[in-house]
Design a protein. Sequence first.
Lengths: 337, 320
Amino acid sequence: MNRLLNLVALLKAPPAAARAGKAPHPFWAIVDKEVSDHLRSWRFNILLVLILLTCFGSLYISVTNIGKAVKPDDPDGAFFFLKLFTASDGTLPPFHVLIGFLGPLLGISLGFDAINSEQNGGTLSRIMAQPIHRDYLINGKFVASLIVISVLFFALGFLVMGLGLIIIGVPPTAGEFLRIVFFILLNILYVAFWLNLSILFSVLLRQAATSALAGIAVWLFFTIFYQIIVKLVAKALMPSEMASQQAVLHYQELVLNLFRIVPSQLFSDATTTLLMPSVRSLGPLTMEQVYGAIPSPLPLGQSLLIVWPQLTGLIAATVVCFALSYFSFMKREIRPR
Amino acid sequence: MSEYIISLAGLTKKYGALTAVDQLDLSIRKGEVFGLLGPNGAGKSTTILMMLGLTEPTSGTVQVCGINATMHPVEVKKRVGYLPDEVGFYEHRSGLENLLYTARLNRMPVQEATERACQLLKRVGLYESAHKKTRTYSRGMRQRLGLADVLIKNPEVIILDEPTLGIDPRGVREFLDLIVQLSREERITVLLSSHHLHQVQQVCDRVGIFVGGRLLAEGDIPTLSEKLFAGEPYIIEAGVQSPLDTAHLQQVLQGIEGIRSIQLSNGLFRIGCHRDVTSAIAGAIVRSGLELIHLHRKTYGLDDIYNRYFEGGPIYEQTA
């Protein structure tokens, strides 16, 4: 209970302190410094330019193709505005795929040197000798990066919406707007996962370069090699043509679940469902299940219900990474250099 | 409140089979400058880390300003400033910004912090470089900025771990003078760890000799030499022109009462005595027909105290 009260006091600290004209809580001093470090760094600015470029590129492609994207019998036809985020002619992937690709890079680059650079620079023991709890540093760094990511994605999302609004002249419905907001939140969650993974590496590995490489290695493994491995396994397990429908169904679900170990698969499942309301299942459907179904879009609540396992999985992976880095950082002895 | 501001009792720290600090008892009075002297790897840094609650002792207690440092590290760190041996700053920030960040972590209001930071920067002679990025600072400048950084929180105790490492001799003197001045003016207790005995001798009121995780001796320098050289309070160094071995000299000096030991080192004989027999030794050597070219009666400095412990002693070998 006391801890909870402390936490509440911590969260309340900045406005209360500002009113009294006193210094802010040290936790916010750390967050403040980390945010400004990110914004001043070349690394973040390069990534920002990269993301802005891809963002506008995909917006351009989707705007030029949006006319072709709407077909008369398309169940998503009612969600014209969402096409901004998904329409493409194949030259450049649509917005959500691009973010799925660049997000990990952003997350890794914001976190890979969080702790080890402080250690190597000799600042860690100096900061730890100040009257702050040890977890302030790691929490502060995480919160700061999260703030930067959130502001970036909300700005980007709303920018695309605003520009789209001006160019195509069709306002989004409330449902579409909410879907986009959830899509942005999902992006933030996805980047937060990679951020935590790279913070974990920065606690475990002494050299910043090694930890960056480790992060990128995990990312490459999941995006390229894991797919190949799963396909190999799938081929080996393929049931014979005489197999029962049940067996084929089982097999398909197994392969899908193997794919879903990867966070990027969870992310792309979730984004597709959110941005294409006509998606009504992420697994195989039997003829009986589809029989009689009207190909109409799902309401937002139902779409969210479909991606709930994906969301939970992503949150769990993020929390596990954070817990591991928190644990190993708290146990560590802080020696100067 | 007790008179002691730092007191360690039965402090032990083990890393697996290695005992870094072994049953350490140490008390430091308020306002004194205490030197922790020992070779590299003697456990000085580990002891300091335990005082700040940055690492947990295996057994024993640490009380700093009357607070248990293991249980309440944050309270201790409010009162204690710590300068690690290789202090680092955020390189892309200026010296002033680095100080202000520390002040903010200590919950100091911005205005007060700025005033104090400027005052301290003037004091350590970095006012002109306050707005330069710290990556352009030299080693000595960093160390002085480190001192300002330690002082910005108005500490009762400052702990300096090897603060003079890698600074040129003039810089060292200025730095040490600054520390002594601060300690006297603001009544700050200073704990200084070093393996450089001259510097410790120069500034410290009391010294503790720390080898292999144990405190071998503590006290001011006269007390220490008395304690350590109880049998041989006098050392006479004698040099003779012609080569000579110890046995021969022993023969020459046979008749003189009070000689305890004779050692040959670097061409000089070190004769340990329990009373002052300098003139008798000189007489005996001259009478025997040997050409006496050097005769010196030594008083003990930290050098000798140091040598006494580290010269080929088994204790040193263990820690090296």
